[in-house]
Design a protein around this ligand. Sequence first.
Ligand SMILES: C[S@@+](CC[C@H](N)C(=O)[O-])C[C@H]1O[C@@H](n2cnc3c(N)ncnc32)[C@H](O)[C@@H]1O
Length: 301
Amino acid sequence: MGFEEQKQKYSHKPVLLSEALDYLKPWHGGVFVDATLGLGGHSQALLSSSSDLTLIGLDKDARVIELVTERLKSFSDRFKAVHSDFAEIKRILEALDIDGVDGILADLGVSSFQLESRERGFSFRFCAPLDMRMDETSSNSTAADLLRTLSEKELADIIFEYGQERYARKIARRIVERRSLGKFVETTEDLVKVVESVVGKRSGRIHSATRVFQALRIAVNDELGSLKKFVFDAIDVLKTGGRLVVISFHSLEDRIVKRAFSELSGKKIRILTRKPIRPSRNEISENPRARSAKLRACLKL
Ligand SMILES: C[S@@+](CC[C@H](N)C(=O)[O-])C[C@H]1O[C@@H](n2cnc3c(N)ncnc32)[C@H](O)[C@@H]1O
């Protein structure tokens, strides 16, 4: 697929864009980090907000780096994309000889580009091997590896804790029963079948497999571990008066941000959002992905 086609196919509206800019205040320029480049929507807005703004973009998905470098090539003199986990923000900035930054944005989770890349196994809408690694260059376990090797208890804990799925134990038991018959859960279709055999097709308003897919994705990419390290390190690398904005999409992520902010409040930071900022009804109707978004922001003291 050519770049223009990719751009058309995967273009989407960045979530809580004007709110993120209001908190980041990029209008007077400076050095900013977009810790989750994705399709570069927030990055493009940051770069366009001031010609004196330099942006370092991170993403742990190498395909994203390629896509965004092309997409933002008109800003190439003040934009640099780095293939990295955002937990490495300190190391990356050190390597670039950057002492402190004026603002950092993280818009967590998967991008529509990843969800629509059928062969990567993020979405149960397409039949594909259960990979789910955001960083395909890593040697980390895929979702299929976890389903093949973890114990029943470990699988149940992942599905319960990261998916908040009340049938977690039953689903884990069914996976392990199949394994003992030599039938491994290797594709998105296999997993959907197992979940549906326990829970049925629907679970309230969502498809019954939604929570299990989310749980496995979080485990495969150690999303919560990276986020915990990132929030503290990001605050460390901000200059005095610099701002951190985090947009999260489920309560596990939001809780990590909220707790880190409370722990550092009054010592290293001032919290700018007593309550998380939610998208307007208008935004949700235009962009359903925004539905569960919560934005929290703080200022470095
Ligand atoms: C929701 S998308 C970002 C969308 C982007 N703000 C935009 O406007 O297009 C999230 C991106 O973060 C990346 N990501 C998730 N966890 C990451 C991590 N720990 N380190 C670096 N990138 C990560 C994903 O690969 C994905 O591309």
